[in-house]
Design a protein around this ligand. Structure first.
Ligand code: EPU
Length: 418
């Protein structure tokens, strides 16, 4: 088990460079399975989810080299289509091996995916889409067996613009016979990054980033390279931190348009920033005013920014409302922020936050990845010492978080208590 110990109250200044996007990287790595030759993925974040995915590829008899944020993956000789429980349950994104292996081998046996416990997180749209493409889906007690004699292009309407389902169905359809149209597709940059990778291999995908994605099936996918886009969730987390306790923090390696919904809210709250195309200088410690925030699909306010943002709202003058609309159970941070001195009232998936309230260091628990990130921010702005238990959740999604924050003047350490 890991803990992060934080001595709060230090002002931060300097530069934080944003790493590659976790939620794109965790789809790009399984997507490599579809390629009949070697692929290269650059700007891969060094997070624990990456290691779990590499382990799966190696288990399937794929070759992987991992050097300086670049992965070279060759799965031309993969022999297995079975992913055991010990690996599938390590992360949510193991479900991308469903689409990838189905597309490549027409067969996959995979134990239930793991990941943060933030709601129901059903995968019914993925499974229904595989069936529409011609696969049979058997749901056993603890695993799925998905098989197709052949996959045929079809029309798939998603009831909700799910990021995971959109990507998984693109993966399954890319080598199907004929044309697949995914309607009400997710428009997130993660989807665009994966479509670009597949197109670089010779796939014929149009419309990624819009509501309707069209995929013309192809037989062979060749050698290709892709760069993982910058992580807008990591950038958002550090922007929120900078707004609270940054003297002068520069966040580099960003894509400004991916951050629009967050930047608008920060400006509304009174945060001062110098926003450029690839970097943002943030001048924290302004007087902030209460605002309302509601999570939505892209280009709306991303659910993954919600927990960090709620810490900012504890420091705004007046009464703010934060509403989570994507997941049913993404409020694990609230009792701990209240323990630290916040005034948050939770009802269903809405928090009323009365601010500003000073925060005090406490022993807390990271219930999930972004809850953990919110507690890091809270610990850094609090008086005294905060000890975050179950900190391994945080390392699943933030590359070298302790080192990056130490470099801008934060006092924190990672403790291994195994
Ligand atoms: N949903 C269904 N059925 C489905 C698929 C989704 O009901 O078949 C529901 C989910 O239960 C959820 C909503 O639709 O309520 C959104 O799910 P979506 O499929 O969009 O999300 P996801 O693929 O499970 C990815 C990221 C999440 C991120 C969301 C939204 C990965 C591995 N996970 O999840 O990331 O919050 O998209 O952007 O890419 C995180 O990084 O902390 C994280 C949770």
């Amino acid at each position: 088990m890991k803990q992060i110990k934080i001595q709060g109250g230090n002002l931060l200044s300097g530069t934080i460079a944003i790493s590659g996007m976790k939620n794109a990287a965790v789809a790009l790595i399984p997507a490599a399975i579809l390629c009949d030759e070697e692929v290269t993925i650059t700007n891969v974040p060094n997070i624990s989810d990456k290691y779990a995915l590499i382990e799966i590829i190696k288990l399937l008899n794929g070759q992987v080299t991992d050097q300086d944020a670049t992965l070279k993956i060759n799965t031309s000789d993969i022999t297995s289509e079975i992913i055991p429980e010990s690996l599938a349950s390590k992360l949510r994104a193991s479900y991308y091996f469903m689409g990838a292996l189905l597309g490549r081998k027409k067969h996959v046996e995979i134990y239930f995916p793991g990941g943060c416990n933030i709601g129901n997180r059903k995968i019914d749209f993925h499974l229904k889409g595989f069936q529409l493409l011609g696969a049979t889906v058997e749901e056993m007690e603890d695993k799925y067996i998905i098989h197709a004699e052949e996959l045929k292009g079809t029309n798939i309407h998603l009831d909700f613009a799910s990021v995971g389902a959109t990507i998984n169905l693109m993966l399954a359809a890319v080598k199907a016979q004929g044309k697949t149209i995914i309607d009400n597709a997710a428009k997130e940059p993660d989807v665009i990054n994966v479509a670009e990778f597949l197109n670089n291999m010779g796939a014929k995908i149009t419309g990624a980033g819009t509501n309707t994605i069209t995929i013309e099936g192809v037989d062979y996918l060749h050698k290709a390279t892709i760069e993982v886009l910058p992580d807008r969730i990591e950038a958002g987390t550090y922007l929120i931190l900078g707004a609270l306790i940054g003297e002068n923090i520069t966040i580099t390696n960003i894509v400004k348009e991916h951050l629009s919904a967050l930047l608008t809210k920060l400006i509304d709250a009174g945060v001062k920033m110098d926003i450029k195309e690839n970097e943002i200088i943030i001048y924290g410690r302004q007087k902030l005013k209460a605002i309302n925030v509601k999570t939505l699909v892209y280009p709306g306010f991303v659910t993954d920014w919600g927990q960090p943002m709620s810490v900012l709202l504890t420091q705004c003058e007046g009464s703010s409302i934060f509403e989570e609309t994507i997941y049913e159970n993404r409020m694990g941070h609230v009792p701990y922020l209240n323990k630290m001195g916040a005034n948050m009232t939770l009802k269903n998936q809405t928090i009323k936050i009365q601010g500003p309230t000073p925060l005090k260091g406490q022993d807390v628990v990271a219930s999930d990845l972004r809850a953990g990130a919110s507690l890091v921010i809270a610990g850094l702005i609090a008086d005294g010492t905060t000890l975050i238990n179950d900190a391994e959740h945080i390392l699943r999604g933030y590359e070298r978080i302790v080192e990056k924050l130490t470099a801008v003047g934060a006092k924190l350490e990672l403790i291994d208590i195994n």
